[in-house]
Design a protein. Structure first.
Length: 224
């Protein structure tokens, strides 16, 4: 079975992931620009969307990190530089989003209070934390499902290739057996021809001997 991640395929796949990452980064930057103008529930929703975009960007970076290993060393230097630039942009977006998420006064608006006994604030924090964990778990579950589907597809392709190889080996074995039969028949034919040639030679020698004896007999009878 041929390797599906040859150098050309690896380069094309890396470029595909990079193009997708640029789209995600553009969407993420747009959301980060909108968050400072929001507060309360709209701000929480925007932060949650930005976090999902960040997770998607991180997953794409992981895929790019794997794929760049399949690119020839001669061109990998430029690819590594591009990868580091994307990685730096994503890290910067993470820090920016974390700073916005930590601004609880903007997040909860006029209802925010620094009073540690504020039960409502604590409940909101717990709810926000639970929602974030749920979103991250959902994204991880989707990623795991996609990986499982990809692994299943690769396994099915491998089984199909092994089945084709098995059929090829069986066909080759049948051809070898048939060829062996032809060789056996050819050997028998050659042996038969050799025996007939030997018999014909003996008969020829016998005829020549008889003729020579007859000639001597005739000559002898004339001079007797």
């Amino acid at each position: 079975m041929s390797n599906p991640l040859d150098t050309e395929a690896g380069s094309e796949l890396f470029s595909s992931y990079e193009a997708e990452l640029k789209l995600v980064q553009a969407d993420l930057n747009q959301k980060l620009d909108q968050i400072p103008d929001l507060s309360g529930e709209p701000r929480k929703a925007a932060i949650s969307q930005a976090e999902r975009a960040l997770e998607e960007a991180s997953e794409l970076l992981d895929q790019m990190r794997l794929e760049k290993q399949n690119i020839p060393s001669a061109t990998r230097t430029k690819v590594n530089q591009r990868f580091r630039n994307h990685e730096s942009d994503v890290d910067s977006a993470k820090r920016k989003l974390r700073s916005m998420a930590d601004d609880r006064s903007a997040l909860f608006g006029s209802r925010y209070s620094d009073n540690p006994n504020d039960v409502q604030l604590e409940q909101r924090q717990q709810l926000l934390s639970g929602t974030d964990r749920l979103d991250r778990s959902s994204q991880r579950l989707k990623a795991s499902q996609a990986l499982a589907n990809e692994t299943e597809a690769i396994g099915a392709s491998t089984l199909a290739d092994l089945h084709r190889q098995r059929e090829t080996i069986q066909h080759t074995g049948d051809i070898l057996l048939e060829s062996e039969g032809y060789v056996d028949r050819s050997v028998k034919t050659l042996r038969g021809m050799a025996r007939r040639m030997a018999t014909n030679r003996i008969i020829t020698i016998a005829i020549i001997t008889v003729l020579v004896l007859l000639i001597f007999a005739v000559i002898y009878s004339k001079f007797k």
